[in-house]
Write a protein that binds this ligand. Sequence first.
Ligand SMILES: [Zn+2]
Length: 304
Amino acid sequence: MFNVQTMVKEYLAVDLGATNLRAGIWNGERVTDKKKTSMVGINVHQVVEFLKDYALGSGYNFKSIGLASAGPLDVKRGIIRPINWIDKEIKIVKILEEELGVKVYLQNDCVASVLAERVMGAGKEIDNLLYITMSTGIGAGVIVNGHILLGKDGNAHEIGHLVVNYDDNIKCGCGGESHWEAYCGGSSMPKFFKKYSGIDVANSREIFEKARSGISVAQNFVKLCSKISAAGIGSAINAYDPELVTIGGSVFLNNVDLLLDEINKWIKQYVINKMPRIIPTPLDHDIPLIGAGILANNEGSIDL
Ligand SMILES: [Zn+2]
């Protein structure tokens, strides 16, 4: 059982996302001294240099590092397989332990996030909890009957790759077809928007800006993405039967006003189980970092 009061200070919390690399100091209550850099175009050596500079500059002797990483990964072997990197299989735990000289505990970023939600956020005392991130990619962390689901490699919750339209041929970043993330992940959305409207945009933020400024094709597209996301979230609710669903990730958190009501409008038609509450995570953008801190603080244990 986690006891926040007994948590010891000075852990390095790291959130290795698809778009940003973020680091902070976990002090047992919150993450402080946050710093981030873009992941676009950088390789593993630059990741290591950023974290070494951060660790040296902080003035702390960290007891360990909690690493929350975007999937897919092999938790037991300490390997990440970032789909947007050239290096296809990176022994990140070994590399960081050698370079920084302390123990590294790796988990999927959404597993770390659901841990944070359960310990510090809206999921306290809730034994059936689903955390979903709608960000560059889409993923989840799942607690069923008080246990965090992991699977053989630590990927038991990759709901972004649920098929939401079996006879479409839109490609997902993972190489699969017609996955939820291929439509509604932040990195895929511009391609889907182009297919839908014929309009080029540089990123998903532009689409939401167009919707806010009253451009009807963008407004209808955001409604369509909300309906597809309702199908994805609804399918996850059918599989995991949670009491509470919390949603985070930059695409969702920056656009709650445009997405949440629309998702709630459509979701009932996809869900067979008793409908859980669906709310934005109160831990906001920090949720993976908080989870990474708790993970380090508990020597890698995710037992609740
Ligand atoms: Zn996929």
